[in-house]
Design a protein around this ligand. Structure first.
Ligand code: SF4
Length: 740
């Protein structure tokens, strides 16, 4: 069996694929290395693909340097150790599968299928996601398959499902060119989705008055620098702000009564809720001026087309789903949806988080936007997969945090992690490490050597990555791109889907996992999406190769390029009544508000050049140069209060642990809030595990942890660094301190 499609002959020109970093999903053209000078690396080079409809030739620094990450620091052979205090030894694939199979059989015999759990990734291609779900939820009967999308956009999923009756972002990137107001809430788009932001900025530069940009973020960022209006609210007050905006829309006559009547339900309750969120109350609650809220309301009410974009600042919250509903409510009530330039648009973090949702990649999902708790949905999948009725368990599986808690109770016999690095990205890392240490077997599918998760694993399986295996990814605007295998994989690396399929066959599911290629996997997957909101059933690897990326819905008979750019254009929704639901929920605030002992709110985020836990980007000098170390951003007043000096080291302490970082005093962050980047895990030279400090409390609906906020305090560290000595004199606060 071939694990890859035939690599493109170089004579045919560059290979075209979707960038494997973020959910913008830009098109890349990859050119093969030319003869390298002696002693230098032969590298594939990337540039923007002008033919890709999502990015039109644009690319950011990460995408442009992806060629430098492909060969460095790769795993080439399976590795095993019996105990995690032993060194790894290389083993054969055959032995690796024997070990894995034995542990699956032992666990099922002793603990039942619920003793198995997998934690996958938005780095998967859709084929990987699909086969993993078929193996775990179908063949093995455990719904304990979750993915790192849980940390990224599960609140957006729950929000869409509750309001519209189905997941699926209703907008497209062209809306950035059509909107006259763009609200960016809880998203530092300039650094996290840079190519989209550049598209907006380009339009703003050309037609200054045609589009107004409004940013809601406690921190001044490269995104807010471009804003006409920046609302630097207190962390955790987004929902109150949205309700206050609704209050003023009612007052100003900004309601589309015809749309509300024809296409929504629940307006009376929402009106009542909004009535209580007066501008005075919102101003106090959110820590902004009333005038700013009124400005935003006026802008919204007068706009022809309002587009709201959000990402982790909204989703990673104990009220993430409620806040998503708060955004959607405003669009529904003002009729700002289902037409060019208008709608609530979540931006996904991972390159194929969207594909994961389509393929059932969360603990309560099944492929084709189906649910494990729906008997009809289970029966459809059991039939499609050739499994006995009742093979799929009827309960939601364990989310990733529930998997950690299950390990604490010794309820998991196998924790299988694939294409992700939870030992950096999960909250409360000390607790995670202790829990994982109790699990009898931790398996990791990974492309790169030496990750923090490998440090807790028993069995490490070398995985092919993007560029080495053929498959598809879906970006934030529902556009599906075929990504070819265009270079050879190192050593014995295999595609994730092929690893899952091999284990499935060894466990006796010969028929179910007899795939000759990823094209066959994709064909099986899209067939089960027919008639669903995410209908991809007209797509195939062949069509995508021939005609390029396509947006879904794409049922059979759709002409290439004719997939729907927008959903819900008719004002009908996939709910029982055909109407969207307006949802009325009071704000709850932060899961862990600041108090006397921990008076500050720590928020975390990204640097433009870094990707998640740095497994790839830490090996590219050009990406490391702008931020060689993580900096703790502190407002001057808080720095003075805590005796901190710019450029010196400080300890950041929460109820769960402490980390140290170099202080950057800046008035770009509001008083009472501090910021750390989330990238630097324990394996990095400048380790600063921000998520060690974060709590595990999560949105009760989406189960997405509140990774954006935890209560902390700060302590100066006595010994000044070299940077302190050279920078201290530059800062006004520091100058006065150094004189005293
Ligand atoms: S914006 Fe995202 S998808 Fe586009 S090149 Fe940059 S990292 Fe890749």
């Amino acid at each position: 069996m071939s694990h890859t499609s035939t690599p493109l002959p170089h004579a045919d020109g560059p290979a075209r694929a979707q960038c494997p970093y973020c959910g913008v999903g830009c098109g890349l053209e990859m050119k093969p290395p030319t003869a390298a000078a002696a002693g230098s690396e032969a590298l594939w080079t990337a540039r923007g693909d002008r033919h890709h409809p999502s990015s039109l030739g644009q690319v950011c620094v990460k995408g442009a340097t992806v060629g430098e990450t492909l060969d460095r620091n790769r795993l080439t052979t399976p590795l095993y150790r019996q105990r995690t205090d032993q060194p790894f030894a290389p083993i054969s694939w055959d032995l690796a599968f024997d070990l894995l199979e034995a542990q699956v059989r032992r666990t099922v015999a002793e603990q039942g299928p619920a003793g198995l759990a997998m934690y996958g990734s938005g780095q998967f291609q859709t084929e990987d996601y699909y086969v993993a779900n078929k193996l775990i939820k179908g063949a093995l009967g455990s719904n304990n398959f979750d993915a790192n999308s849980r940390l990224c956009m599960s609140s957006a999923v729950s929000g869409y499902v509750r309001s519209f009756g189905s997941d699926g972002p209703p907008c497209c990137y062209d809306d950035l060119d059509q909107a006259d107001t763009v609200l960016l809430i809880g998203t530092n788009t300039a650094e996290c989705h840079p190519v989209l932001f550049q598209r907006l900025l380009k339009r703003k530069r050309k037609q200054k008055q045609a589009v107004q940009i409004v940013v809601v973020d406690p921190r001044a960022t490269a995104t807010s620098d471009a804003a006409d209006l920046h609302l630097a609210i207190r962390p955790g007050t987004d929902l109150a702000l949205l309700h206050g905006l609704g209050h003023l829309l009612l007052e100003r006559g900004g309601v589309d009564r015809a749309y509300v009547q024809a296409s929504t339900e629940g307006f009376d309750a929402l009106k009542e809720l909004w009535a209580g969120w007066t501008p005075e109350r919102v101003s106090r609650f959110c820590g902004i001026k009333q005038q700013q809220l009124r400005q935003l309301a006026a802008r919204w009410a007068e706009s022809r087309a309002v587009l709201s974009l959000w990402s982790m600042g909204v989703n990673q919250s104990v009220e993430g789903t409620a806040t998503v509903a708060g955004i959607i409510n405003l669009h529904l009530v003002s009729g700002q949806i289902g037409r060019p330039g208008a709608g609530p648009f979540s931006l996904t973090g991972q390159p194929n988080a969207m594909g994961g949702r389509e393929a059932g990649g969360l603990a309560r999902l099944l492929p084709g936007y189906r649910n494990v708790t729906d008997a009809g949905h289970r029966a459809e999948l059991e039939h499609h997969w050739g499994l006995a009725p009742g093979a799929i368990a009827p309960e939601s599986g364990l989310t990733v945090w529930e998997q950690i808690e299950a390990m604490e109770r010794d309820e998991l016999g196998l924790w299988w992690v694939a294409a992700t690095n939870p030992l950096v990205s999960l909250p409360w890392l000390d607790r995670v490490r202790a829990a994982v240490a109790r699990c009898p077997m931790v398996v990791l599918n990974e492309a790169y050597a030496g990750t923090e998760t490998a440090a807790v694993a028993h069995l490490v399986l070398p995985a092919m990555q993007w560029s080495e295996k053929a498959g598809v990814m879906t970006n934030s605007e529902r556009r599906v791109t075929y990504c070819p295998a265009f270079r050879a994989a190192p050593g014995e690396a295999r595609p994730d889907w092929a690893i899952f399929a091999e284990l499935g066959r060894r466990l006796g599911f010969e028929e179910q996992f007899r795939y000759g290629s990823s094209a066959e996997v994709f064909a099986e997957f899209v067939a089960i999406t027919a008639g669903r909101v995410c209908d991809l059933s007209g797509l195939s690897h062949g069509l995508l190769q021939e005609h390029g990326p396509q947006q879904w819905p794409f049922p059979p008979g759709t002409a290439p390029g004719e997939g729907a750019p927008r959903l819900y254009t008719s004002g009908r929704f996939p709910t029982a009544s055909g109407r969207a639901r307006l949802i009325s929920e009071q704000p709850m605030g932060l899961g862990e508000p600041p108090d006397r002992d921990y008076p500050l709110v720590l928020t975390v985020g990204r640097y433009l050049e870094q990707w998640h836990t740095m497994t790839r980007t830490a090996h590219v000098e050009r990406l490391m140069r702008p931020h060689p170390e993580p900096l703790l951003e502190v407002n001057p007043a808080d720095a003075q209060e805590h005796g901190l000096i710019d450029g010196a080291r400080a300890e950041v302490i929460s109820r769960r642990g402490a980390v140290t970082a170099t202080v950057q005093i800046t008035d770009r962050i509001r008083q009472g809030t501090v910021f750390l980047p989330m990238h630097w895990g324990a394996a990095q030279e400048q380790a600063c595990e921000a998520n060690r400090l974060m709590h595990e409390l999560a949105c009760p609906i989406s189960q997405q942890p509140e990774l954006k906020a935890a209560a902390v305090t700060l302590k100066p560290i006595a010994a000044p660094s070299m940077r302190t000595l050279s920078h201290a004199g530059d800062h006004p606060v520091l100058r006065s301190e150094s004189k005293s």
